[in-house]
Ligand binder design. Structure first.
Ligand SMILES: Cc1cc2nc3c(=O)[nH]c(=O)nc-3n(C[C@H](O)[C@H](O)[C@H](O)COP(=O)(O)OP(=O)(O)OC[C@H]3O[C@@H](n4cnc5c(N)ncnc54)[C@H](O)[C@@H]3O)c2cc1C
Length: 301
């Protein structure tokens, strides 16, 4: 009998758990450790952030599903990994700290034969001064963030309905932020919602990105074959923006966000500012911050 422990229930961890449970004989144990009570389909947050979907439509409770499937679910976060075990445990184990299931704050050691670390990116809002929910910008990285983005967006729509121009700034909020696609989809969704409401004359929409060219999308661009034509993603994206009246700032690393203003540095080292009424900026990503120890409990992180 083997015990497989999976850390994280995002698309990676949840899919791994589901398939392992389906493929493995019942004598093997599948355990999921994740701090969240809900699974969320993250890509649909770009719809939640413009009110086209509700957060209820893109999430479901993990507990009942895992119970039905025979997966041991621990609503907890992993704090440390001990791949060689220690004096107390012969096998590898993880130390976890509960975030739910009426055990908030309680610690437990969970041993394993196989460990899948699917903890995804940490949303590193702290990497940019003043960035993120509760500070000066919104985000669509989680459903709670996307709910807040939609609330703020509606406030801007109300101002525009009164005839006041609103400045929208959408893109990435750190020189090393990589998740361009989510911001690109979101800016097009926002532009669409503005057009649908016939409020375009009151909208000043700007894209801000650390990438060299528009359409690089983390892979130095691509070519699209469509209707017999081959177009670079640079031309494709620029045309998309021009058609929608979206301006752009590229090669810009956002350093700091103040109320209504971002401060960014370009590749020539110039510091510039851009003012906004509504800003959705994706943060940089980092790791989840777990520690690792060897069998003598020495820190090997
Ligand atoms: C708005 C948006 C749109 C996107 N659209 C697309 C798209 O169209 N196509 C595409 O391919 N990608 C898209 N992405 C990227 C995609 O969502 C991510 O690459 C994907 O969600 C990563 O999956 P994951 O399971 O590795 O991590 P996550 O989905 O982040 O899941 C990580 C899990 O680990 C848990 N966890 C964190 N810390 C711990 C810990 N210490 N212990 C235990 N568990 C922990 C978390 O709670 C979570 O359950 C989009 C991203 C965003 C933000």
């Amino acid at each position: 009998m083997a015990k497989i422990v999976i850390l994280g229930a995002g698309i990676s961890g949840h899919t791994a758990a589901q398939y392992l449970r389906k493929w493995l004989n019942k004598k093997h144990e599948v355990v999921v450790v994740t701090p969240n009570a809900y699974y969320q389909w993250i890509p649909s947050n770009i719809w939640v952030g413009v009110g086209r979907m509700t957060s209820e439509q893109i999430k479901f409770k993990l507990g009942p599903k895992y119970k039905k499937w025979g997966i041991d679910y621990k609503q907890a976060k992993a704090v440390s990994i001990h791949p060689e075990g220690n004096k107390e445990f012969e096998k590898g184990f993880v130390t976890i700290e509960y975030t739910g299931q009426d055990k908030v704050g309680e610690s437990e050691k969970v041993d394993y034969d196989f460990l899948i670390n699917a903890t995804g990116p940490k949303l590193n809002f702290a990497g940019t001064d003043g960035l993120g929910p509760g500070k000066n910008t919104v985000s669509v990285c989680t459903y709670t963030h996307a709910d807040e983005a939609w609330e703020k967006l509606q406030e801007s729509f109300k101002e525009m309905e009164k005839g006041k121009v609103q400045r929208f700034l959408i893109g990435v909020g750190h020189p090393m932020a990589t998740c361009q696609g989510a911001a690109f989809e979101y800016i097009l969704n926002v532009a669409y919602e503005i057009k649908k409401r016939k409020l375009e004359e009151f909208a000043d929409i700007t894209w801000i990105s650390n990438e060299w060219e528009l359409g690089d999308f983390g892979m130095a661009g691509a070519y699209i074959r469509r209707g017999g034509y081959i177009t670079s993603t640079k031309v494709f994206t620029e045309s998309f923006f021009v058609e929608r009246g979206i301006k752009w700032i590229k090669r810009a690393g956002v350093k700091k966000v103040e109320p209504g203003k971002v401060i960014y540095e370009n590749l020539d080292g110039e510091i510039n500012e851009k003012e906004f009424d509504f800003a959705m900026l994706i943060p940089g990503f980092s790791g989840p911050g777990m520690k690792a120890f060897d069998k003598n409990d020495e820190d090997i992180t």
